[in-house]
Design a protein around this ligand. Structure first.
Ligand code: PGA
Length: 260
């Protein structure tokens, strides 16, 4: 019941720099009291690239909140118009990065192979890296969920340096059909896949402490308790509900209120 919760907010293509600054000021004021100690929670915000500097400048230092990028490329530099390298993500001051988000895979056509290269580069760069994975509705309905997830994770883990990876990899199970739809996975279904992923990561990396597994897809205040109470769900990756401080922190508070 006292598990530490990872509360990660993916802003996607929202939030201008001034909005990011306002958010962080409010966040700092509200993350007060014992439930916001670093033993209880870790917050990470994922703003669009151009909003990152403002967020880094205005995140208060006395709260457990970090900042990451939503993506990064696998090459170090060169003729890759429009891309940002993992080195650049690190150099501006981010500690985290997302790779393989469902919108990258499905809107921008990123394959498991590209995701694997990005993950390996991010880990090598020293970033804490959130590897996102999850099945489509078709795949779930035809009973292929665990096979799809196994393939996504196996291909991503294959290129990794095991020693460097153990403390840097964070997993985020995000069923594609649950993202931005208002329709979250049933807690027991999310638990099943998160347990499967945790076991795969444990077998592969053999790590202690265990690799955190987050759930994402329409997480909001009203379903937070049921989802976050699951044994193998260590936190939430939140899209829509992360754009307002109250609905974002409300996810955590709804869990904690009942569980402390
Ligand atoms: P959502 O997005 O919370 O708006 O469903 C989650 C995500 O894409 O990370």
């Amino acid at each position: 019941p006292m598990k530490k919760i990872y509360l990660y907010g993916n802003w996607k293509m929202n939030m201008l720099p001034f909005e990011g600054e306002e958010f962080c000021r409010t966040l700092g004021n509200k993350m007060q009291g014992d439930i916001y100690s670093s033993e209880m929670i870790q917050v990470c915000l994922f703003p669009p690239f151009l909003t990152i500097p403002e967020v880094l400048k205005s995140l208060p230092e006395d709260v457990p909140a970090a900042c990451g990028a939503q993506d990064g490329y696998f090459e170090d530099r060169g003729a890759f118009t429009g891309e940002v390298s993992m080195d650049m993500v690190k150099a501006v001051g981010c500690s985290h990065v997302l790779v393989g988000h469902s919108e990258r895979r499905h809107i921008f056509g990123e394959s498991n192979e590209i995701v694997a290269k990005k993950l390996a580069k991010a880990i090598e760069t020293g970033l804490k890296t959130v590897l996102c994975f999850g099945e489509t509705l078709d795949e779930r309905e035809s009973g292929k969920t665990l096979a799809v997830v196994r393939e996504q994770l196996e291909s991503a883990f294959a290129g990794l340096d095991k020693d460097k990876s153990c403390c840097r990899v964070i997993l985020a199970y995000e069923p594609v059909w649950a993202i931005g739809t208002g329709k979250n996975a049933r807690p027991e279904d999310a638990q099943e896949v998160c347990a499967f992923a945790a076991k795969m990561a444990g077998d592969y990396f053999g790590t202690h402490p265990k690799i955190p597994v987050l759930y994402g897809g329409s997480v909001k205040e009203s379903n937070a308790l049921d989802l976050l109470s699951q044994h193998d769900i260590d936190g939430a990756l939140v899209g829509g509900a992360s754009l307002k401080v109250d609905s974002f922190l409300g996810i955590y508070e709804n869990y904690r209120k009942i569980s402390v």
